[in-house]
Design a protein. Structure first.
Length: 255
């Protein structure tokens, strides 16, 4: 009998060419499908919730797949993780992608289309000197950032808007660029400025462009009030730069 399985996945994106399966390059989806096909004994095609870019990390990616196979759902993480931990990318028995949990869900459930929203975290390391060992896991800005100005700018971004200005070229064509940002928080934790944003959906590179725009506000290149005009204009050129992928983490998917 065909079963529908929902996976919760974490990965270090620095060694992948993104989530989505691609020929001749290593991707998270590709690696997982290869191991799941071996474990389940059937061809497995994953439906991922978020197509994270190369270098982007995840603490709570979700993906589902269907098939007729015998292994219990709760045994899938152990079996898959053992194989992944023995791969070429593994260090000290730990791979760079891991299934946190697996559960059976109703037949009509789809990891992407059943999603009601997501939360992302963006990390900016704000110290005078860079740390080469953290270059894949945060955006390092040596210039002091004005946290109060960044928080003020974030208030103008939260809510329901047409976010065309925060969409990069090259993404999948969308019927609408209107999205709702439920929350956008910024806090200083030790050496890091942590930006957390949750919403009902995100455009291509939207979170990274928001992070880049907020960083420019923090550096004094833009005023907090400029964000109002940026959103109203719908002009990508008026928004800030696209922040590097290594600082971005998919934290949670809501259903």
């Amino acid at each position: 009998m065909e079963r529908n399985i929902l996976l919760t996945i974490e990965y270090d994106g620095s060694g992948f060419h993104g989530w989505q399966r691609q020929p001749q390059v290593r991707t998270v989806q590709g690696e997982l499908e290869k191991v799941l096909t071996h474990i389940c004994g059937i061809p497995v095609a994953l439906n991922g919730t978020s197509r994270t870019d190369a270098g982007v990390h995840a603490l709570g990616q979700r993906a589902s797949f269907k098939g007729d196979f015998g292994i219990p759902a709760d045994r899938i993480p152990l079996a898959v993780n053992n194989l992944l931990a023995g791969g070429a990318s593994a260090q000290n028995g730990v791979g760079d992608v891991r299934i946190i949990s697996a559960e059976e869900v109703p037949a009509d459930f789809h990891a992407r289309f059943s999603s009601r929203g997501k939360m992302y975290r963006y990390i900016i390391r704000n110290l005078p000197e860079v740390d080469i060992f953290k270059r894949h896991y945060c955006y390092q800005i040596c210039q002091p950032l004005d946290l109060a100005a960044m928080k003020q700018a974030a208030e103008y971004i939260a809510g329901t808007h047409d976010f065309r200005c925060f969409q990069a070229a090259g993404g999948q064509e969308r019927e609408t660029t209107v999205r709702t940002i439920h929350s956008l928080s910024i806090q200083k934790v030790s050496e890091n400025i942590i930006i957390e944003v949750s919403g009902d959906g995100f455009l291509y590179n939207m979170v990274r462009i928001i992070a880049g725009t907020l960083a420019e506000v923090g550096m004094g290149k833009k005023n907090p009030e400029d964000v109002i005009e940026i959103i109203e204009s719908g002009d990508r050129q008026k928004a800030g730069h696209t922040a590097p992928p290594g600082g971005l983490y998919l934290i949670e998917v809501y259903y």
